[in-house]
Each structure stands twice: as C-alpha cells, then as structure tokens.
Design a protein around this ligand. Structure first.
Ligand SMILES: *Cc1c(COP(=O)(O)O)cnc(C)c1O
Length: 217
C-alpha cells in the first residue's frame, strides 16, 4: 500500500462517519523503517510521523527536520522517566503518559523548560496485566491529577488486545474521553484505522500499511 491509498481510505472512512476530514490526523509510524522509505513519504508532502523509541528518533529526526520544514513528531511508545527530558525536547506530542510518577516528572521538566508537548493518556483498555497504560478504573482520578499539575492533556490513547474485535474498545475509549471532557482519541493502526475513525478517532497511527512490513533484523 502507499500513503495516497491510506489517505483515500481515511477520506472514505471520515465521509461514511459523517465527520470532517481535517478532524483526523494521520500519524505515519516510521519506527524501524529505512531512511529511504521515510524520505519518500516526506517527499510526498507528509509531515506527521510517529516513533516508539526516543533513542531511535533522536538518531533519525533532527536530520530530516533540518531538510523538511514543518515536521511534527509523535511519541507512541512507552516512555521511561529518565528519558522524559529527551522526549520533551524532541517530540511535539507524547501519546503514552500512563502513570503518576511520569506525570510529575513531565510537569517538573515543563516548568524548567518553559514548554510542554501535548499529551495523551494511554489507557490499558483491555485490562491486560502486561500492557502499558493506566488501568481503566484509575483513569478518571489520573486525569484529575494531571490537570492539577497543569499538564496539557489533549486526549486518550489505546492499543486494544490483539485477539479482540477493536471496535468495542474504541467505543469504550471514546466514552471515557467524553466523560472526562477530552476531545482527542489516538486509536487505530494499519489493521483497524477505519473502525477507529467510525468510533471517533482524531489521531490514527498507521505504520506498515504506508511503509511496508517492518524488518527487525
Ligand atoms: C507500531 C505501532 C503502530 C503502527 O502499527 P502498524 O500495524 O504497522 O500500523 C501504531 N501504534 C503503536 C503504539 C505502535 O507501536
């Protein structure tokens, strides 16, 4: 597949859902992809990208950002507290705020740096023991805590359990955002971004469907 095909499918999905195209941001997930593939997508005019590791992004994006104006970078992978400063320096948006300690660290650094990326709270929507994300039943208190820290919380993010029908989880996340007065919904990947758009996604994170399969060797 390609960027233009994904754009067409997003157009169709938003139209079907009766939503405006500009209400959905396509994050092209470039983790692990060779530079040549990323550069091809930049040359097509796309500027919004997602990475899941701070270190990998540090190696790759400052160079691209010098050559291509208007790059917007989203961190979509787990964030260790000791990498928070580096992440805040590099990323425009962090989708993986998922625990009080990290919230307090980001708040302290934001004071120090005088700026803070937009933040999404990652929710462990399937209540999976091993999965990142704040527990569903702890979410509302966590949103309140983050607001008390003056953090710019824009919305919620989830990765549904692989074996489940994602739509029910997307609907649940949308309801959680709604009851917390949050507009942003970061949900939907290559296999299910259309279902996510139907459920109200504002940010879809699409990797392999744009760039091809990731080669981890
Ligand atoms: C890798 C990744 C994606 C993109 O996955 P694809 O299936 O390649 O579209 C989306 N979100 C997160 C959190 C990821 O780690």
């Amino acid at each position: 597949m390609s960027l233009s095909e994904i754009e067409t499918r997003i157009d169709d999905a938003t139209r079907k859902a009766g939503r405006a195209r500009e209400d959905v941001t396509l994050i092209a997930v470039s983790k692990v992809q060779p530079d040549a593939r990323v550069e091809a997508v930049l040359n097509e005019g796309h500027r919004v990208f997602g990475e899941n590791r701070v270190q990998e992004a540090q190696g790759k994006w400052p160079g691209f950002a010098e050559r291509f104006a208007g790059v917007e970078l989203h961190l979509i992978g787990a964030l260790q507290t000791n990498k928070a400063r580096a992440a805040m320096e590099l990323f425009d948006v962090i989708h993986t705020l998922d625990r009080p300690k990290l919230a307090r660290t980001i708040a302290r650094l934001a004071q120090e740096m005088g700026r803070c990326p937009d933040l999404f709270i990652q929710v462990d929507i399937g209540n999976e023991d091993q999965k990142a994300g704040i527990a569903c039943d702890a979410l509302d208190d966590f949103v309140t805590e983050c607001r008390g820290l003056d953090l710019p919380i824009r919305g919620l993010m989830c990765i549904p359990p692989v074996d489940d029908d994602p739509s029910a989880h997307f609907e649940t996340l949308a309801a959680m955002a709604d009851r917390n007065g949050l507009d942003g919904l970061s949900m939907g990947m290559s296999a299910d971004f259309e279902a996510a758009i139907a459920a109200g996604a504002t940010h879809v994170r699409v990797g392999s469907a744009i760039f091809g399969a990731r080669d981890y060797d």
